[in-house]
Design a protein around this ligand. Structure first.
Ligand SMILES: Cc1ncc(COP(=O)(O)O)c(C=O)c1O
Length: 399
């Protein structure tokens, strides 16, 4: 059938990650490809108790339509948590969405006209590229080092693109690199944004999953002109299946997001918001996050130690202080997509090739490896298998 699709569909890509995840389900495959939190830590029993309480105590309201901004007691609790992170806000600045991904879609819809430039880290989150795609932006990628986006490079990009629509950044344990933006650079980014009246979209799903080093203030905490839109989520601290996230922004922006939400899906699920609100009342989420941090540090250390032992010379990788991923750089010329095909076929191990994370292409010699969602025994075994393939390929292809 020759369907007459809208032109924007040419810019909607299916996620390479999603396509790959199907391999994770095949028997015997060890997959480092996903971005899954550790399922063994989902608080199933507490959530069962919470769900029950919500239905018994407030069932009629919980199953009803509710406000587009979100459930006020939950927004108040989120505002209080944000204040702990030095973000000066109240419930009026907090807007509930169905996951951070919906926040990115709304940011795209709100700001991007076809052909507009957006500035981002190079590489950046593939889900961001996918969310912005239908609005057809151009990307100005800013190079990064071990302290995140390089500010001198950002200055150059801003000079060349003073009318860019926003800077999109993932400052904490970035997806895909695991790198964190330093304190000085956070402050500098806000100074530059102020100079250009440039909105910053601060996408921060991992900020509470820090297991080493010192917490850094969010970029939003330095905002003096109402330019920073902060996106948070319960996906990595409670459950991604619940699809609950939030936006913190100036009330004038929240009003715009409300309009977009009304056209998208009216409101965020009343039931899920009340359940999470009740969880926050009945249980100590910080204790739960502490457990997540401990386990992820253990898994990260195990993955990096095994890579150090099993990978041949010439491969470098990041050592993240939080989050879910390490980012591996292969020797120049070695194509991670070619390696992946062989790794799946010959050793039943998968990862995500890095190229799709670069919005303007190139950089095929990278890959992202997830440790949070993989059992410890599988981390050791999977990295060993990958090491075997890499050694063989390096010899055979003289990479
Ligand atoms: C950088 C980044 N932003 C946003 C998201 C979306 O998260 P969710 O929609 O589950 O809240 C993710 C998920 O992995 C992410 O890594």
């Amino acid at each position: 059938m020759d369907y007459r699709f809208a032109d924007r569909m040419d810019n909607v890509r299916s996620s390479a990650i999603r396509d790959l995840l199907k391999y994770a389900e095949e028997p015997g495959i060890i997959s480092f490809a996903g971005g899954f939190p550790a399922p063994e830590l989902f608080p199933i029993e507490p959530l069962r108790a919470v769900f029950d309480r919500v239905l018994v105590d407030e069932g009629r309201a919980a199953l009803q339509y509710s406000s587009t901004e979100g459930y006020l007691p939950l927004r108040e609790k989120i505002a209080a948590r944000m204040k702990r992170l030095n973000i000066d806000c109240n419930a009026g600045n907090v807007f509930m969405v169905h996951g951070g991904q919906q926040g990115l879609d709304f940011a795209g819809k709100l700001f991007i006209n076809e052909g507009d430039t957006i500035i981002c880290e190079n590489p950046t989150f593939l889900g961001g590229i996918i969310a912005f795609g239908p609005y057809v932006p151009k990307y100005a990628g800013v190079p990064m080092d071990q302290d995140g986006m390089i500010m001198e490079e950002l200055e150059k990009v801003l000079e060349a693109n003073p009318k860019a629509k926003f800077i999109y950044t993932i400052p904490d344990f970035q997806n895909p690199t695991g790198v964190t933006l330093s304190l000085e650079r956070r402050k500098r980014m806000v100074e530059l944004a102020n100079q250009y009246d440039m909105v910053i979209i601060e996408d921060s799903p991992y900020r509470e999953v820090r297991y080493e080093g010192q917490h850094l203030p969010s970029i939003k905490s330095f905002d003096t002109k109402g330019l920073v839109v902060h996106i948070g989520t319960f996906s990595k601290i409670l459950s991604p299946g619940m699809r609950l996230g939030w936006i913190v922004a100036e009330e004038a922006l929240i009003q715009k997001f409300v309009t977009l939400k009304q056209s998208a899906d009216t409101q965020t699920s009343t039931l899920i918001q009340r359940q999470v609100n009740k969880y926050l009342e009945m249980y100590d989420i910080d204790m739960h996050i502490e457990e997540i941090r401990k386990l992820y540090k253990k898994k990260k250390d195990l993955m990096l130690e095994t890579i150090a032992k099993e990978f041949p010379e010439g491969f470098t990788y990041t050592n993240p202080q939080g989050g879910l991923f390490t980012w591996v750089e292969f020797p120049e010329g070695m194509d991670a997509a070619v390696v992946l095909k062989k790794a799946i076929a010959e050793e039943k191990v998968a990862f995500v090739p890095g190229a799709p994370f670069f919005p303007n292409g190139g950089h095929a010699n990278h890959c992202r490896m997830n440790y949070s969602g993989v059992a410890e025994a599988q981390i050791t075994e999977g990295v060993k298998r990958l090491g075997r393939i890499l050694k063989t390929l390096r010899k055979k292809e003289s990479w």
